[in-house]
Write a new protein. Sequence first.
Length: 71
Amino acid sequence: MCNGNCLISVYILFRKSDSYMSKGSQCRCLNCLERFPIKPNAKEATCPHCKIKYRISWPWPGQPKIRGLAK
Ligand SMILES: [Zn+2]
């Protein structure tokens, strides 16, 4: 059940996406947990720390999300 906190989370995500827009988008690697930059609207990205390649989706502009491992 949504108790209202999810609305706040969405608001924070939008605020973050605003700042990422100017600095470039980042995702947290699921393997080594380091943040790494992702090119705008990239479909795939490789973690520079552990070299794992991920599929990327964009639920919001400037807010990349790791979908899973790229084949
Ligand atoms: Zn990594």
